[in-house]
Design a protein around this ligand. Structure first.
Ligand code: GLU
Length: 466
C-alpha cells in the first residue's frame, strides 16, 4: 500500500495572502485532494516582530474565500519551539551537532582573514572537533555538523536533480545563544512531525532545501518529495510585486472575481494539462501533477483571469452564485441586498450569469431585478423613451394584460403588436428596456418580463407611458 500523501501550506504571517502564496496553497491542496491525501496548514510565526494576528486572519480568510480547506488544526510554528529545541539537543547528544562558543568578533576575524587569503568566507568553527572538557562556561550556539565533502542532490520534481557541493554548506546554527531554534530547524521538525510527504513551495526556497536535508539526514528521517515551483511574474515579465497592482487574494474577492474562476486561473499559472484552459475543480484535482508544472515563471494575465471567470459564472449554480455575490458585497463594503432583492437576483441569474466576468458587471446587468419603482433612468434610457412614438407603450398595455406570461406567448404578442403598428419588435425593444430597467443595456426584454412578472412589468411600463 502506498503511503498517504500529506502536503502543507506554510505561510509566514507578515502580510495578506498574496497571489503567489495563494497559488502555492492551491497546488498543495490540489495535489493532496486529488490523491485522497491530507492538506495541512502551518503558520510560520517564529519571527515575532514581523508576524501579526491580523496577517494570520487575512491568510485564513483568503484561503476560505478560495475554498482551500485544510485538514486538522492550524499549526503554529512558534508554539512548537520547545520541540524544535528538543531535536537540536538530541543531535547534540548524538554528536551530530556541537556547541560553538565563537564570539561575533572571532567569526568576523575568521571572515576577514579568509577574504584576505582569497578563501571561502563560510565560517568553520574550531569548536566542531573540540573535546567536551575544553568547553568554557560561556554563551554558545548549537551548530549542526554539515557534511564537508561530497555533494547533496536535491531530487526536485520540477527542477530535476539540483546538485550542491557540500563544501558550500556551513555548519548552520540550529539554536541561538538564547536557546531559541532557528527557522530552518523549525521547518524540518514541523514537516517531519506533521508527516508531510511532499513539500511544494516557491523556488525561492530551493537553496534552503539543501540545508534542510542535512537535518533530515542527521535525524535519520525520510526526506519529503520536493517540488519547487517557479515564481509568478507580472505581464511585463518582471517578478510580481506591488507595482503590478492588486496582489492580495482578498483584493480579488473585493473586485468581484468568482472563487472558482480564480482557482482555475491560479492552477493554470505555472501548470498545464494539455491545451485545457477552462476546467472544474474535480478535473483539476484529477489532473494535477508535477509533470505539468513549467520550469519558467508564469506571467499574470488579467484578461485570461477574466475570461475564465466569465466561463465559471456561466456554468455556476444560480443559488450558489447568488450567495457568492452576497459575500462579495460584504467583502467589497457594498450595501447588502434586502431579502426581496436576494430572491430577485437568484431568479434573474439565468439571464445574467453568462455575460458577466465579474460580480460588479453582473450586478449592473441585474439592475432591473434589484431596483424598485420609480426607477431612475440614465440618459440613454431617457432618449429611448423620447424617441418612441406617442402612446405606443400605453397601447401595448392591454395586450400584455391578457397574454399568458410565458416566453412564447410574450414573444408572439409583442411581435404581433409590432406588426400591427407597421414596425419591428426591435423598435419596441429600446423603450421597453428603458421602461423595465431604466437602462439601455439590459438582458432581453422577455427575460426581464419573465423575471419581473406581469404586475411589476406593467407597472413599470405604466410609469413611463402616457
Ligand atoms: N514560510 C515560508 C514562506 O512563507 C514557506 C516555507 C516553506 O514552505 O517551507 O515563504
Amino acid at each position: 500500500m502506498s503511503q498517504q500523501v500529506v502536503t502543507r501550506f506554510a505561510p509566514s504571517p507578515t502580510g495578506f495572502l498574496h497571489i503567489g502564496g495563494a497559488r502555492t496553497a492551491l497546488f498543495n491542496w490540489l495535489y493532496a485532494r486529488g490523491r485522497g491525501g491530507k492538506f495541512l496548514l502551518r503558520i510560520e510565526d517564529t519571527d515575532r516582530e514581523r508576524s501579526t494576528p491580523e496577517a494570520t486572519a487575512a491568510i485564513l480568510q483568503g484561503m476560505a474565500w478560495l475554498g482551500l480547506d485544510h485538514d486538522g488544526e492550524v499549526i503554529s510554528q512558534f508554539a512548537r519551539a520547545d520541540r524544535h529545541a528538543e531535536v537540536a539537543h538530541q543531535l547534540l547528544a548524538e554528536g551530530k551537532a556541537y556547541k560553538c562558543f565563537a564570539t561575533q568578533e572571532e567569526i568576523a576575524a575568521f571572515r576577514d582573514q579568509a577574504k584576505a587569503e582569497g578563501k571561502s568566507t563560510l565560517y568553520r568553527s574550531p569548536w566542531r572537533d573540540a573535546a567536551e572538557d575544553t568547553h568554557p562556561d560561556a554563551p554558545y550556539v548549537v551548530r549542526i555538523k554539515a557534511p564537508q565533502d561530497g555533494e547533496t542532490v536535491i531530487r526536485d520534481e520540477v527542477q530535476g536533480d539540483v546538485t550542491i557541493k557540500n563544501q558550500q554548506l556551513d555548519d548552520m546554527i540550529l539554536l541561538r545563544s538564547d536557546g531559541t531554534p532557528v527557522y530552518m530547524l523549525a521547518v524540518v521538525v514541523d514537516d517531519h512531525d506533521m508527516g508531510v510527504t511532499h513539500v511544494i513551495r516557491g523556488d525561492d526556497h530551493l537553496n534552503n532545501a539543501a540545508r534542510q536535508m542535512m537535518i533530515y539526514t542527521a535525524m535519520g528521517w525520510p526526506l519529503p518529495v520536493y517540488a519547487h515551483i517557479p515564481l509568478i511574474h507580472g505581464a511585463d515579465g518582471k517578478k510580481l510585486s506591488k507595482r503590478h497592482g492588486a496582489l492580495g487574494a482578498q483584493e480579488y474577492q473585493a473586485m468581484g472575481y468568482p472563487a472558482a474562476g480564480m482557482r482555475n486561473y491560479l492552477a493554470r499559472l505555472g501548470w498545464s494539462h494539455g491545451d485545457d484552459e477552462f476546467f472544474t475543480d474535480a478535473q483539476a484535482k484529477d489532473w494535477f501533477d508535477f509533470a505539468g508544472i513549467g520550469k519558467s515563471p508564469a506571467r499574470f494575465d488579467t484578461k485570461k483571469l477574466e475570461n475564465l471567470c466569465g466561463q465559471h459564472n456561466a456554468q455556476a449554480d444560480d443559488a450558489a452564485l447568488r450567495q457568492e455575490i452576497e459575500a462579495y458585497l460584504v467583502a467589497a463594503n457594498e450595501p447588502a441586498l434586502d431579502p426581496q432583492q436576494s430572491v430577485n437576483l437568484e431568479k434573474a441569474m439565468f439571464c445574467l450569469k453568462d455575460r458577466a466576468k465579474t460580480f460588479p458587471e453582473l450586478l449592473e446587468k441585474a439592475r432591473f431585478a434589484l431596483a424598485s419603482r420609480p426607477l431612475d433612468r440614465d440618459a440613454k434610457a431617457e432618449k429611448a423613451l423620447t424617441n418612441v412614438s406617442d402612446g405606443i407603450l400605453e397601447e401595448l398595455t392591454p395586450h400584455l394584460q391578457n397574454v399568458s406570461w410565458t416566453r412564447n406567448d410574450l414573444e408572439a404578442a409583442l411581435n404581433a403588436f409590432a406588426e400591427a403598428h407597421d414596425t419591428k419588435f426591435g423598435k419596441l425593444a429600446a423603450p421597453l428596456r428603458a421602461a423595465l430597467a431604466g437602462r439601455a443595456v439590459t438582458p432581453s426584454v422577455f427575460d426581464m418580463m419573465l423575471v419581473l412578472g406581469r404586475d411589476e412589468s406593467l407597472a413599470r411600463i405604466q410609469d413611463v407611458a402616457g
